[in-house]
Design a protein around this ligand. Structure first.
Ligand code: ADP
Ligand code: MG
Length: 308
């Protein structure tokens, strides 16, 4: 088996695929299928693209949706419920204000919050229909779509027989079987307690990275919003979540940043197969099983999460 490495830009992020295959031809064909899967998910779930399936659902408020979108919306609702709404897929109105780089005033904030709430989204599995019950409520899948795309890309590789593989979509990683002869993929994590996670057949996500924050009036705000206030978290919130897949890891990483170290740890620990390290400024907490995921031979590397 030979090791191959592919990189493209997708969903506003760098996307890397590392895989093992018998020859360059099968490696390239598998990677092309994986990137195509990511592009298809982006075309469906982007809220930047006016014609996307998600944008059309936001306009019409009720639609028969694709299998993929239905699956993501179902998972999103489950996570919203399981995190007490800390992860909320209906933050569209609040995200729009954030993108204009301003803190809304009291009145506008009330107005925005009246247009947020995952309970306004209803799904009918029998008919595969999604319905936004309240006018003005808009879906935003920015906190889950990259993890889902990474998982689907890994599945596309597996369908082509490539099982030792890793997909890293801007810090949301979907990990398959380990490299031949290795116990796991080595995923280096930055921050105070930096180290290397040794993982296989898992998802990993990092959230709250400083590059995506915004400065308004000399104060840093994260692009993760607190659904209770509709405003970006103060700078310094950071999380690493390991979960059975990247979809869950991605959304949970967003949620535990909102919840903060203590509540974030408790929530993460309550979900089977999930471990997390959560930080707010100098304050950090991690689940009981997190340390056991660290490679014992790890030297500290000052890099943000990246798999190798
Ligand atoms: P990253 O892009 O760094 O992986 P996240 O996974 O945390 O970041 O997703 C951040 C995006 O998720 C925001 O840009 C926004 O679209 C959306 N979002 C922000 N706050 C929340 C939240 N509390 N719940 C769900 N989605 C959110
Ligand atoms: Mg996320």
């Amino acid at each position: 088996m030979l090791r191959f490495h592919f990189a493209q830009g997708h969903m506003g992020s760098p996307c890397r695929i590392v895989l093992y295959a018998p020859d360059a031809h099968s490696a390239q064909a598998a990677a092309a299928a994986a990137f195509a899967e990511i592009a298809a998910i982006d075309a469906s779930m982007s809220d930047w693209k006016a014609g996307s399936e998600l944008s059309r659902l936001n306009e019409s408020r009720e639609a028969l949706v694709s299998d993929r979108l239905f699956e993501v919306l179902s998972i999103a609702l489950r996570i919203a419920e399981g995190t007490g709404g800390a992860y909320d897929p209906t933050l569209g109105a609040a995200v729009e204000a954030w993108r204009e780089a301003r803190i809304p005033g009291e009145e506008e904030r009330k107005e925005i919050l009246s247009k947020v709430g995952w309970r306004h989204l209803r799904l009918d599995p029998a008919k595969r229909r999604a319905r936004i019950e309240k006018p003005g409520v808009r879906l935003d899948l920015g906190g889950i779509a990259k993890g889902y795309a990474a998982d689907r890309a890994l599945a596309a590789l597996a369908r082509r027989g490539v099982r030792s593989a890793l997909v890293d979509l801007g810090g949301d990683l979907s990990l398959g079987d380990p490299p031949p002869g290795a116990e796991g993929w080595r995923v280096s994590i930055g921050g105070k307690g930096s180290g290397i996670l040794l993982l296989r057949n898992r998802g990993v996500a990092t959230s709250g990275d400083a590059e995506k924050s915004l400065e308004i009036g000399g104060v840093r705000y994260s692009h993760i919003l607190d659904p209770r206030t509709g405003v970006g978290l103060p700078g310094g919130a950071q999380a690493i979540v390991v979960a059975p897949n990247a979809t869950l890891a991605d959304a949970l990483a967003t949620a535990v940043c909102v919840l903060g170290p203590e509540a974030g740890r408790t929530t993460a620990a309550s979900i089977p197969g999930v471990e997390a390290r959560v930080r707010a400024g100098e304050w950090e907490a991690e689940t009981a099983g997190f340390a056991a995921l660290l490679a014992e031979d790890a030297e500290s590397l000052p890099t943000p999460a990246s798999g190798r």
